[in-house]
Ligand binder design. Structure first.
Ligand code: UGA
Length: 440
């Protein structure tokens, strides 16, 4: 049992603190938002993450996990402090580090014994050194401390599982002893531990996210070529993926990546490179292709309904940036809705979980209670998020309800042939001649 403090109970902090508590440690989790802490104390989660509420409850009841807004209480017994505050995108994609600075300064002012301070927020390369400087300068009297970078690799929607079964733990520090102590904390996870210097650890995080984003934009580019040449990208991905050097994951073509991580991290890495006088052409292409995928929804609709979309009704199934989350940050559905409204169309939408969040971030859309209400009188139905509940819809009913039975499958969840047999005009992304078979 170790004493751990977590600063920032957003996505990363809440999952990290909860999981360390579940491993038997004593965790105090702090946030400056009183509202968030009060809700957590009542068992109300600030985010939707499958399984999280139960694990939080279990650990709060066992006395291993507490929530507070008070720094003194948080740091009192702590040996390790995880900084997990947000690093939103600022101007030009540059990461905004105001919350990291604030956390580092307050820790420096409040600490009264030696601490290992661990950066888990995704921060630009060099931030670890900067945090060490801030703490050094802000301490009222010198107390020893070390800074370790321990980037997170949690996917929203499967964060608990990712935490407990990581592919690796990456630790970066100039202080080998501190890195070793943080490594001990991670031993129960039984994953390879890579110990390196601070800047390299920070870079591993950006390079990993940028690589996965590149893999997605790559398969989307291949999908666009498949479409023109009559090949099926889903089968191409399977054929590529069995090659162990390539691997099958992150080769799903469609409307592209969104969320709080890939777009922000690719832009931040691009910004870091540009500042250093480098030309990050590949990263630029990754972002361009990703935007084009969103635009393609409208291009595909225009190809079927004609240029003028005024008065047409388009239904969106799925609004969150991916399934099993209510997160709408940089969700493709936002841009697609904007483009459709700009083109004069009426937009209806439904998401199994993110409706409340969506109401706050998407304007001009009519929210529906289920997929069938979306289908009612729609000219086109677009699959934006591959929620399980969309995979087995009553397609005969959907067909009857629609004004015209047209489906744009932005996540390639349906079989083009079956959809055509059921009377739909079907367009996927990269499914051979735009979803048509050669005989059409
Ligand atoms: C991502 C990384 O996968 C995590 O390892 C990392 O820790 C996290 O960012 C972060 O930096 O915090 P996340 O954004 O939660 O996690 O979600 P992913 O499952 O990676 O999906 C990202 C986006 O890519 C989604 O919009 C998804 O729909 C899209 N995607 C994913 C595709 O379009 N195709 C694919 O084949 C895979």
């Amino acid at each position: 049992m170790r004493n751990i403090a977590v600063v920032g109970v957003g996505y990363v902090g809440l999952v990290t603190g909860t999981c360390f508590a579940d491993l038997g440690n004593k965790v105090v989790a702090l946030d400056i938002s009183e509202e968030k802490i009060e809700k957590l104390q009542q068992g109300i989660m600030p985010i939707y993450e499958p399984g999280l509420a139960e694990v939080v409850k279990r650990n709060v009841e066992a006395g291993r996990l507490t929530f507070t807004t008070n720094y003194t209480e948080t740091l009192k017994d702590a040996e390790f402090v995880f900084i997990c505050v947000g690093t939103p995108s600022g101007v030009d994609g540059e990461a905004d580090l105001q919350y990291v600075r604030q956390a580092a300064e307050t820790i420096a002012q409040e600490m009264d014994h030696e601490l290992i301070i661990i950066n888990k927020s995704t921060v630009p390369v060099g931030t670890g050194d900067w945090v060490a400087e801030i703490i050094h300068d802000a301490q009222p009297k010198p107390i020893p401390f070390s800074v370790v970078s321990c980037p997170e690799f949690l996917r929203e929607g499967s964060a608990l599982q990712d935490f407990m079964n990581p592919d690796r733990t990456v630790l970066g520090s100039l202080n080998v002893e501190a890195a070793d102590k943080v490594a001990q904390l991670h031993l129960p996870l039984r994953a390879p531990i890579i110990v390196t210097d601070l800047r390299t650890a920070e870079m591993i995080k950006y390079a990993s996210n940028a690589f996965l984003a590149t893999k997605i934009s790559f398969i989307n580019e291949i999908a666009n070529i498949c479409e023109a040449l009559g090949a099926d990208v889903k089968e191409v991905a399977i054929g590529m993926g069995v090659d162990k050097r390539i691997g099958p994951r992150f080769l799903d073509a469609g409307v592209g990546f969104g969320g709080s991580c890939f777009p922000k991290d690719v832009l931040a890495l691009k910004h870091m490179a540009t500042v250093q006088g480098k030309h990050p052409q590949l990263l630029e292409a990754v972002m361009d292709i990703n935007y084009y995928q969103r635009k393609q929804v409208v291009l595909k609709i225009r190809e079927l309904l004609g240029e003028d979309l005024s008065g047409k009704t388009i239904g969106l199934l799925g609004l969150a940036f991916k399934p099993n989350t209510d997160d709408m940050r940089d969700a493709p559905s936002i841009v697609v809705t904007e483009l459709l409204i700009e083109a004069g169309a009426k937009v209806k939408g439904y998401d199994p979980v993110s409706m409340d969040v969506a109401r706050r971030v998407i304007r001009g859309i009519t929210f529906c209670k289920d997929p069938y209400e979306v289908a009612q009188d729609a000219d086109v139905l677009v699959i934006m998020t591959e929620w399980n509940e969309f995979k087995q819809l009553d397609m005969i009913r959907v067909n009857k309800l629609m004004n015209q039975p047209i489906i744009i499958d932005g996540r390639n969840i349906y079989d083009p042939e079956i959809m055509t047999e059921q009377g739909f005009m079907y367009r996927g992304f990269g499914r051979g001649y735009n979803g048509r078979t050669l005989d059409d």
